[in-house]
Design a protein around this ligand. Structure first.
Ligand SMILES: Nc1ncnc2c1ncn2[C@@H]1O[C@H](COP(=O)(O)OP(=O)(O)OP(=O)(O)O)[C@@H](O)[C@H]1O
Length: 313
């Protein structure tokens, strides 16, 4: 089963131009299942079971405890990296075969369960950066890792490189790439169809239920056509697809784009809840609406230079 799918990333920008509704950010090699384009925008596309690249060994990820999934029991976000911190250090990027410097020594960090926002002019390099964070392309130099800290504030071990399989990413307008005619099929599109391995299926079903509760989709029938959902609920569905794996880092590219005011408010409210459980990094131009939930913000300047800066609102 593990060897069944092998998704190879290709240029995601190129992928977005595809109109067939079939995965296009990844080359599908020797596999019997299709991949929806919305999942192509996810690094989970590497392996539907583990969230890792298909050729890596399968290590089931332990579900979080019940209490850690209960929003009411969540702790307030703190700015110190008390437990773990996602860190990017001196990352530069030149597309292979070019002399273009799209990112220049980008460094920043984001404590777990906090909300970071990157803003900046069109063409400055925001999407390029999130593609590196998601493992879709590799930095020319620099590192991306998770640092863990003890109660004394000192690192407890050497930093671990951030595995692309532990990053969830939702690109702009994810609903454009829905391919199934019901919610359940949409969420489970890339899942194994073979008979057997009941334990794995039960595990996936539990994760699915948790993800659906997390994004507040539990009141929606799983038979509903995803295209018939409201704008805000479509975004919830796209998030649920990513949350099945409980990513160490959830990246959202323009999560409010194209929504009416009510759906925008709905998504902001949802993100406010989600940041109690997840580390979230957003690229957006909608600074005013997101300001209330932003813990850290950076401006990407033309030429791929990132500077920490308060929101200019
Ligand atoms: N593979 C590539 N080869 C050459 N240039 C590229 C490549 N990928 C992106 N670029 C260029 O790099 C610059 C940064 O692009 P990027 O999409 O990261 O900007 P952005 O800040 O996300 O813009 P927007 O807000 O419009 O999405 C752009 O000028 C883009 O044309």
């Amino acid at each position: 089963m593990d060897g069944c799918v092998d998704f190879r990333p290709i240029d995601p920008k190129e992928g977005r131009k595809d109109h067939q509704g079939i995965q296009s950010n990844y080359k599908l090699l020797g596999c019997s299942v299709r991949r929806p384009r919305n999942m192509a925008s996810s690094v989970f596309a590497f392996n539907p079971l583990t969230g890792r690249r298909a050729r890596e060994p399968v290590t089931p990820i332990a579900p979080k405890s019940r209490s850690s999934l209960n929003f009411r029991n969540s702790h307030a976000v703190k700015f110190k990296c008390e437990h773990s911190c996602f860190e990017v250090s001196n990352v530069s990027y030149q597309p292979p075969g070019t002399e273009l410097s799209l990112l220049n020594s980008v460094s920043f960090s984001l404590p777990e369960k906090s909300f970071g926002l990157i803003f900046g002019r069109s063409g400055s390099g925001k999407t390029t950066l999130v593609q590196l964070l998601a493992g879709i392309s590799k930095p020319t130099s620099g590192s991306i890792y998770i640092k863990k800290y003890g109660n004394d504030g000192n690192p407890v071990q050497s930093p671990e490189p951030l595995s692309s399989g532990r990053v969830g990413i939702v690109f702009q307008f994810p609903e454009r790439y829905f391919v199934a005619d019901n919610v359940l099929d949409e969420v489970t599109f890339g899942w194994p169809r073979q008979k057997g391995d009941l334990q794995m299926k039960e595990h996936l079903a539990l994760r699915l239920q948790r993800a659906i509760n997390w994004v507040g989709l539990s009141g929606i029938s799983l038979d509903r056509d995803p295209h018939s959902l409201s704008g805000g609920y479509k975004r919830r569905l796209a998030l649920a697809i990513q949350l099945v794996q409980v990513p160490d880092l959830l990246i959202l590219d323009e999560p409010l784009a194209g929504l009416d005011w009510k759906a925008r408010a709905d998504v902001v409210k949802l993100l406010k809840h989600l940041k109690k459980e997840l580390t979230i990094l957003v690229v957006s131009h909608d600074l005013k609406e997101l300001a209330a939930i932003v813990d850290r913000s950076w401006r990407m300047e033309m030429g791929g230079i990132l500077r920490e800066e308060s929101l200019p609102i």
